[in-house]
Write a protein that binds this ligand. Structure first.
Ligand code: BJW
Ligand code: ZN
Length: 231
């Protein structure tokens, strides 16, 4: 079924679960240079550093200290109960949407709990620390986190643009609008006549491209908006 509601989520949807965002004053980019940990060049220069950066974040997911919050749960309920179809496109590499029950889900920037072979692209599940010594089970090649770094192509873009071009409602939740192509999705949806809504703690960089904006914590705004849609 074509998804008539497309939901784009960013780090803000997981913030209240205890996962740090990128660009806040206490965000991940305050402690790490983007060039070092989120580019293919950074990985080539110091793969051990990049493995450590993602290991720390993976431990948070696997250790059971973070749980889906009311926003993730409301979005899963929307998918189950909205007859028109819902697709979630998340920029997040955590697994909180699937743990909340969402199934029609695209991880456009990859997944922290998977590794990818640099030689043959084979994907494998990873729940423990990774290192430069790890080798692909298929071909013996080196493994890297299955995440999309700057300068790399985001995943499943054809499916995402098909959904954007057919949607009636586009909602962006907890994303700062700094990173493209995701920051341009609202403009694409508006172009085809969709109603566009931004739900965020504060106006994003692309707030002016939305028809409707609401500001506050995701755990309050998202359940309220889902109630309205399902009413
Ligand atoms: C709350 C809240 C609460 C807090 N409740 N809200 C010039 C123009 C246009 C594009 C480019 C350009 N120069 C370069 C580019 C392309 C580049 C790009 O966009 N660069 C910009 C910096 C300008 N993009 C790319 O390279 C992408 N690929 C691409 O374009 O491919 C095409 C191509 C490739 C090659 C050749 C030719 C074409 C790839 C981008 C990959 C991004 N990867 C990362 C890391 C992933 C792995 C990891 O997690 O480590 O993805 S970067 C990081 O940013 C991560 C995130 O998914 C992404 C977005 O961040 P997000 O989610 O918005 O988080 P924050 O922290 O920024 O914001 C949080 C928000 O939440 C805030 O607004 C808060 O207010 C809010 N919030 N608490 C509600 N409780
Ligand atoms: Zn391989």
């Amino acid at each position: 079924m074509t998804a008539r509601i497309v939901v784009l989520t960013g780090a803000g949807v997981s913030a209240e679960s205890g996962i740090r965002t990128f660009r806040a004053a206490d965000g991940l980019w305050e402690e790490h240079r983007i060039e070092d940990v989120a580019t293919p060049e950074g990985f080539r220069a110091d793969p051990a550093l990049v493995h450590r950066f993602y290991n720390e974040r993976r431990r948070q997911l696997v250790g059971g200290t973070v749980e889906p919050n009311a926003a993730h749960l409301a979005l899963a309920r929307l998918e189950q109960q909205h007859p028109g179809g819902t697709m979630i496109v998340t920029q997040n590499i955590d697994d909180l949407h699937e743990r909340a029950g969402s199934r029609n889900l695209i991880h456009m920037h990859g997944e922290l709990l998977r590794m990818r072979c640099v030689a043959c692209d084979h994907l494998s599940e990873r729940l423990t620390d990774s290192s430069v010594a790890d080798a692909c089970a298929e071909c013996g090649g080196a493994l890297r986190p299955h995440v999309v770094w700057f300068g790399e192509m985001p995943l499943d873009l054809d499916t995402i643009y098909d959904a954007l071009e057919a949607c009636a409602v586009f909602v962006a939740i907890g994303t700062s609008g700094n990173v493209y192509p995701a920051a341009g999705f609202a403009a694409v949806a508006a172009q085809v006549g969709a109603h566009t809504i931004e739900l965020n703690l504060e106006p994003s960089e692309v707030a002016s491209t939305f028809a409707e904006t609401r500001y506050g914590p995701a755990t309050e705004l998202v359940p309220r908006w889902v109630e309205e849609v399902l009413a």
